[in-house]
Design a protein around this ligand. Structure first.
Ligand SMILES: [Zn+2]
Length: 376
C-alpha cells in the first residue's frame, strides 16, 4: 500500500495535527443548513494532539500493509477508477487476508473490471449480505470500494497513543456504510446539478475512492483520515453521528485527496492569505489567534478549545483552511442548487482575502463555476 507521509495524511476533526479540546460552536456563520451548525460542532472533535511537524501522529502500521501485486494484464483504469489490483489492495487489510478470503477466485473475472470488483466485495463481505449489497451499491454509484484499514498505531502526544484496529461495517456499524453510500449519492446529484447548471464539466474527483473501516480503541478519534484516494473511516469517530455530518466530513476529506492530486495546491495558493490572517489575528506573542479577529475569515463556524476556529487552529496548517473552504463551497452550492436551505452572506463577500481565496478555489477545483450570488 502506498502510504503517504504525515504531511500528506489528513484527518477529520483535527485528529492528526494540533488537536485541541472542542467547545461549543460560536455563532452560526457557515451553518447554511439545518445540519451545518450541528455537524460543524462535531467537526471540532478532539484528536490525539500531535504535532503536524514533529512526526508524531504518523500512522505506523502494526500489521503489514495491503500490497496486492499489480498484474500486467490489469492495466489501470481512467484516473477516477480503481483498477482491480487497487481495489483488492484496499478492500483487504493485506494480501494474506485476501488470499484467505478467496479473492484469488476473482482473478478469473478480471476481463471485466466491475465483475471482478463485485467478486472482491463478495469475498470480503460474504458474512453480511447487507454490507455486501451496500458495498456494491457504492461501487455502482461512484466506483468506490469498501474495505478494512490495516491496524495503526499513532503517537497521540499528551492524549497518549491511539490504537486503530480493523472493524467491519456490519451489524450496528452498518449504518456508517449506509451514510457513506448516501453521501456518495449526494455527491453524484450535486455534481450533476452543478455541471448541468454550468453547462460544463467540473472535473472534481469524488469517484473511485476506497472507504476503509477502522475502530479506535477506547477513544473517539481520529474520525477519518485521507491518503492515496482512500478514506480511513473510524466507526467510533465522534464526527460520525448523523448522515449529514458524515456527508460533510467526507467532502472535507475528499478535498484533501483532490488537493494532493493538484500537487498540494493549498500551501501554494493559500499560504500567503492564511499566514496573513494568522499573523494579523495573533495579538499576543505566545497566544493563539483571537477568535473575534478570525470570525470574518472563517469558512466554518466551529471552534476548538481556546476559541480558535477549526480552519485556523495553530499546527493544523493551511490545508485545513483549504478543506474548510471547499466544504463552504459545497454548502453554498447545495443551497444555490436547491439541495438545502439558503444560508447567509456568501463567503466571498466577506473581507477581500475571502474573495481571493474563494476565486482561487473555484478556478482550481470547480472549473470556475460559481453559482453564488454576486456581492453587492
Ligand atoms: Zn482535514
Amino acid at each position: 500500500m502506498r502510504r503517504r507521509p504525515l504531511a500528506l495524511v489528513w484527518c477529520a476533526g483535527l485528529a492528526l495535527a494540533g488537536c485541541t479540546t472542542p467547545s461549543a460552536p460560536v455563532g452560526t456563520a457557515g451553518a447554511a443548513t439545518g445540519t451545518g451548525a450541528t455537524s460543524a460542532t462535531a467537526r471540532t472533535s478532539t484528536g490525539p494532539g500531535t504535532s503536524a511537524t514533529g512526526g508524531a501522529g504518523t500512522p505506523t502500521p502494526t500489521a503489514s500493509a495491503a500490497s496486492a501485486t499489480p498484474d500486467p494484464g490489469d492495466p489501470p483504469g481512467p484516473p477516477d477508477e480503481l483498477s482491480v489490483a487497487e481495489a483488492r489492495a484496499r478492500i483487504f487489510v493485506d494480501d494474506a487476508a485476501a488470499v484467505a478470503a478467496g479473492a484469488d477466485a476473482c482473478s478469473g473475472e478480471r476481463a471485466e473490471r466491475g465483475a471482478a470488483i463485485r467478486c472482491l466485495h463478495d469475498k470480503a463481505w460474504s458474512g453480511s449480505p447487507a454490507t455486501r449489497a451496500a458495498a456494491d451499491a457504492l461501487f455502482e454509484l461512484t466506483g468506490g470500494v469498501v474495505g478494512l484499514e490495516p491496524a495503526q498505531h499513532m503517537e497521540g502526544g499528551w492524549r497518549g497513543p491511539i490504537e486503530l484496529v480493523p472493524e467491519a461495517p456490519i451489524g450496528r456499524h452498518l449504518r456508517h456504510l449506509t451514510w457513506i453510500v448516501d453521501a456518495n449519492r449526494d455527491f453524484v446529484r450535486f455534481f450533476a446539478a452543478l455541471e448541468a447548471r454550468a453547462g460544463k464539466k467540473v472535473g472534481y474527483r469524488y469517484r473511485g475512492v476506497a472507504y476503509r473501516f477502522t475502530r479506535s480503541v477506547n477513544k473517539a478519534t481520529p474520525s477519518a483520515y485521507a491518503y492515496d484516494w482512500q478514506v480511513a473511516y473510524n466507526v467510533m469517530g465522534s464526527l460520525h453521528w448523523s448522515g449529514d455530518a458524515v456527508r460533510e466530513t467526507l467532502f472535507h476529506e475528499i478535498f484533501h485527496l483532490n488537493d494532493a492530486a493538484h500537487g498540494d495546491w493549498s500551501p501554494r495558493a493559500l499560504s500567503a492569505i492564511y499566514e496573513g490572517i494568522m499573523t494579523r489575528c495573533t495579538k499576543r506573542p505566545t497566544g493563539p489567534p483571537e477568535h473575534a479577529c478570525l470570525t470574518p475569515y472563517a469558512p466554518g463556524s466551529t471552534t476548538v478549545r481556546g476559541g480558535t476556529y477549526y480552519a485556523f487552529t495553530p499546527g493544523n496548517g493551511v490545508m485545513e483552511y483549504g478543506a474548510e473552504l471547499a466544504l463552504r463551497y459545497y454548502r453554498e452550492h447545495r443551497a444555490a442548487l436547491g439541495m438545502q436551505p439558503a444560508g447567509g452572506k456568501p463567503f466571498k463577500c466577506g473581507p477581500s482575502d475571502n474573495g481571493v481565496a474563494w476565486r482561487a478555489l473555484v478556478d482550481e477545483f470547480f472549473g470556475g463555476v460559481d453559482l453564488t450570488a454576486p456581492c453587492p
